[in-house]
Design a binder for this molecule. Structure first.
Ligand code: DAH
Length: 340
C-alpha cells in the first residue's frame, strides 16, 4: 500500500508539473483527490491493514494529499499568472499611434443661407417662430382668404391626410397661428418646410422651404414694408443692390407686391442668369388683408400689418450658382461640403 501511495504521489506531482492549462489541473485533481479518485480508493482499503500499520499509512496518505493539494494550488496560480500576462500582451495598445480623426461635418447650404437671413431679421427685432407642417385646411387656406373653390388652390395642390388635414403648402398659416396667440406688436419670421404635389425636376420638389414674415402693430404702412424689405435685401445681397416693388396679387394681402432685385450679373441689361429680364424675383409681400387680421383675432380698425413670403431654395441657388434643386436633397457629401 505504501508503494501504491508513493506511486500516486510521484505520478500526480509529475503530471501537475507538466500541466499548462487550468482544465488539465482540474482533471488531475478529480483523478487523485476526488470522491472516486485514486487516493480515496486506497484509503477505503485501510481496514485491511494491521493496527500498527494503519496510523503510519494514514499519516502518509494525509501527507501526500497535502502535497498534491499544495502542488495544485501553486500550479493554478502559475497558470493564471501566465494567462493574465498573455492577455495583457495581446491587449497592449501603442499609445503613440496616430488616433482616428473625427471628420468635421459642415452646414447644409440651405442652413448657411437661412442662418444669414435669421441674423438679419433678429437684428431688426424679429422673433423666430415655428409652425406645424401637418396643418389644418383652415389655417393653410380658409383663414388666408383661400376658400374651397378659390383658383389659388390649383397651384398649391398638396398631400392630404384627411379632407381637412394636409401638409402645408406655404408658411403663411403661421401668420394666423401667431396672431391667435400673441397680441400686437408682432414681429416674427417663421422658416420651415412646405409641401406641394409637384413632380421632381431641376426647379421643382414636393418638399421645399419658405420663410414667412409678419409685422402687426398700430400704424404700420406700406412704407414700413418697403423700408424693412429693402434693408433686408441690402444686408443679404450688398448695400449697392437695386430693388423694385411690382404690383401683384395674393389672396391674403391687399395691396400685394413682388420684390425684385436688379440682376447683379448684368445690372439690368438682361443675361442668362436673369433669363433676359434684367430683374430677379425675390419674394412676395403685401399689407395683411383686413379679413386675415380679423381671422387672427385682431381688429383691423386698430391695427395694420405687412407680410412676406420667401423661397429659401431659390435664394440659395442664386447665391451659389446651383442649377439643380435636387442637389439639396440628395445628400451627396461631395456637393454638401463645398459651402460652409
Ligand atoms: N405664401 C405665398 C406663396 O407660397 C408667398 C407669400 C406671398 C407670403 C406674399 C406672404 C405674402 O406672406 O405676403 O406663394
Amino acid at each position: 500500500m505504501r508503494n501504491q501511495l508513493e506511486e500516486i504521489r510521484k505520478s500526480a506531482l509529475e503530471n501537475i508539473k507538466s500541466a499548462d492549462v487550468l482544465q488539465d489541473i482540474e482533471t488531475l485533481r478529480v483523478k487523485c483527490l476526488g470522491k472516486k479518485g485514486q487516493l480515496t480508493s486506497i484509503l477505503k482499503q485501510m481496514g485491511k491493514l494491521s493496527p500498527e500499520e494503519r496510523p503510519v499509512i494514514g499519516q502518509l496518505a494525509n501527507e501526500i494529499r497535502a502535497k498534491i493539494e499544495q502542488a495544485i494550488e501553486e500550479k493554478t496560480k502559475e497558470i493564471k499568472a501566465h494567462e493574465q500576462e498573455k492577455k495583457l500582451l495581446a491587449e497592449k495598445i501603442d499609445v503613440t499611434l496616430p488616433g482616428k480623426t473625427v471628420k468635421m461635418g459642415s452646414r447644409h447650404p440651405l442652413t448657411v443661407v437661412l442662418d444669414d437671413i435669421k441674423e438679419i431679421f433678429v437684428g431688426m427685432g424679429f422673433d423666430i417662430v415655428d409652425g406645424p407642417e401637418v396643418e389644418l385646411d383652415y389655417y393653410n387656406f380658409e383663414a388666408l382668404n383661400i376658400p374651397k373653390d378659390h383658383p389659388a388652390r390649383d397651384t398649391q395642390d398638396t398631400f392630404y391626410i384627411t379632407d381637412n388635414i394636409l401638409l402645408r403648402t406655404q408658411t403663411s398659416p403661421v401668420q394666423i397661428r401667431v396672431m391667435e396667440q400673441q397680441k400686437p406688436p408682432i414681429r416674427i419670421i417663421s422658416p420651415g418646410r412646405v409641401y406641394r404635389s409637384d413632380a421632381v425636376d431641376a426647379t421643382h420638389s414636393p418638399v421645399f422651404h419658405q420663410i414667412e414674415g409678419l409685422v402687426v402693430d398700430k400704424g404700420i404702412t406700406f412704407a414700413d414694408l418697403k423700408g424693412t424689405l429693402e434693408t433686408f435685401v441690402k444686408r443679404l445681397y450688398g448695400e449697392d443692390t437695386v430693388v423694385r416693388f411690382r404690383p401683384h396679387h395674393f389672396p391674403f394681402t391687399e395691396p400685394s407686391a413682388e420684390l425684385d432685385v436688379q440682376c447683379f450679373n448684368c445690372h439690368g441689361e438682361g443675361c442668362r442668369l436673369c433669363k433676359g429680364e434684367g430683374w430677379i424675383e425675390i419674394l412676395g409681400c403685401g399689407m395683411v388683408h383686413p379679413d386675415v387680421l380679423r381671422n387672427g383675432g385682431i381688429d383691423p380698425e386698430e391695427y395694420s400689418g405687412f407680410a412676406l413670403g420667401y423661397g429659401l431654395e431659390r435664394v440659395c441657388m442664386r447665391r451659389y450658382d446651383i442649377d439643380d434643386l435636387r442637389l439639396f436633397f440628395e445628400n451627396d457629401v461631395r456637393f454638401l461640403k463645398q459651402f460652409d
